[in-house]
Design a protein around this ligand. Structure first.
Ligand SMILES: *Cc1c(COP(=O)(O)O)cnc(C)c1O
Length: 382
């Protein structure tokens, strides 16, 4: 059947009808008073979502553009940075930092495990000469479904006193608490196709006062992603270049829906969906990939033993038109991932669990009575 696809991948995520309709309007001039009003409103909404009084700038580009902007606007050639790496997106931070000639010290954890807070603490405490200019990490590691302890790591960075903390919150913002000011985060990046309930194309960078101080000294090459030009134009509720005007229409509507639901309700919903997905998978004998207690609120990675995860994932798509995500790199065929980020309700999670369970049954892979997974997921939702 056509047009029945359910996205259960960690981005792009499902988009509400209202948001889609907003996109379908005729574009308006990006230098018009009408658009400036829109920029003003969305900027306030973005500050609400980030729980910050600092700047949140909008870039036309995917999440990686915001990551790159975060680095090239706050750091300088040869700067020493500590980079957390426990998955594909941690690796990406390392690659971006190296591409700009930074001196990168990598703090690694095994895929599936969280970053070790103590390793950051030790490295920062040992740095009495204050050579470390930034600690860079991913909050929710989408590739492995692991949530890192950003709050604690940020405390260690604050104790260091000099280093900035730069965080990829692409799959945590709008899924769990990320109070940018309260945690003292300096640079926080996110992307529209994740928690924002809208299509890909916009990304966001929150900048603290300290980040702007560092920006003044930063000497890395930049032009399109020079945040100084975004900041200057943001003061006039404008953009340096032609932004994706229609995506701004969508942004406002998506954020309005989030404001109506309320931050705490949104976080609770994601936590509930994590519990339901985890309970459903465990009940049908599919082990979780993330270490117990460290599962991301937006994505559940499953590592079926003795089953080709790609075969199962493709069969679910074929039979039920539910798109799950595969494993990345060495996890291909070993892991599949259930995205429950953004515009996802209880029904979506129950349906995904039921579809996985029933597909296993038809592939003769189910070692329990059909319905046990759904029952476990349903009770976790109550
Ligand atoms: C999706 C994602 C990104 C951004 O990827 P883009 O494809 O550039 O939008 C960055 N970090 C994490 C953790 C993500 O999940």
């Amino acid at each position: 059947m056509q047009d029945k696809l359910t996205l259960m991948i960690p981005g792009p995520t499902p988009v509400p009808e209202k948001v889609l309709q907003a996109l379908g309007k005729h574009p308006i001039g990006h230098r018009s008073a009408e658009f400036q009003e829109l920029v003003k409103r969305t900027t306030e909404q973005l500050k609400w979502l980030h729980q910050t009084r600092g700047d949140v700038l909008t870039i036309t580009g995917s999440g990686t553009a915001a990551m790159e902007a975060g680095i090239i606007n706050t750091l300088s050639r040869g700067d020493l940075v500590l980079c957390g790496d426990n998955g594909k997106f941690g690796e990406r931070w390392v690659k971006v930092a190296k591409a700009y000639g930074l001196n990168v010290e990598v703090i690694k954890s095994k895929w599936g495990s969280p970053l070790a807070n103590s390793e950051f603490q030790q490295a920062l405490e040992a740095d009495t000469n204050k050579q470390i200019k930034a600690v860079i990490l991913t909050h929710s590691e989408t590739s492995t479904g692991v949530i890192n302890d950003l709050e604690t790591i940020s405390k260690h960075v604050k104790n260091h006193g000099k280093a900035l903390i730069i965080a990829d919150c692409v799959t945590s913002l709008g899924a769990c608490n990320v109070p940018v000011d309260a945690w003292g985060l300096d640079v926080v990046v996110s992307g529209s196709q994740k928690g924002y309930m809208m299509p890909p194309g916009l990304s966001f960078v929150a900048m603290s006062k300290r980040a702007w101080e560092a920006q003044k000294k930063s000497d890395l090459p930049k032009f399109y992603l020079d945040l100084e030009s975004y900041r200057k134009t943001a003061v006039k509720n404008s953009n340096p270049f032609t932004p994706a005007v229609n995506l701004y229409f969508a942004l406002e509507v998506g954020l309005e829906m989030m404001q109506k639901e309320g931050l705490q309700t949104i976080f609770d919903r994601h936590a509930r969906h994590r519990s339901a997905a985890q309970a459903g998978m465990k009940a049908i004998g599919l082990p979780l990939f993330a270490k117990e207690g460290h599962g991301s609120p937006s994505i559940t990675a499953v590592a079926p033993e003795g089953i080709d995860a790609e075969v199962l994932r493709k069969a679910v798509k074929e039979k039920y038109d539910i798109l799950l995500a595969g494993g990345q790199d060495h996890l291909k065929g070993k892991v599949f991932r259930i995205g429950h980020l953004g515009f996802v309700n209880d029904r979506d999670v129950l349906t995904a669990v039921a579809a996985i369970e029933s597909t296993m049954q038809s592939l003769n892979l189910l070692n329990c009575d059909m319905g046990i997974g759904v029952a476990a997921a349903a009770s976790a939702l109550h």
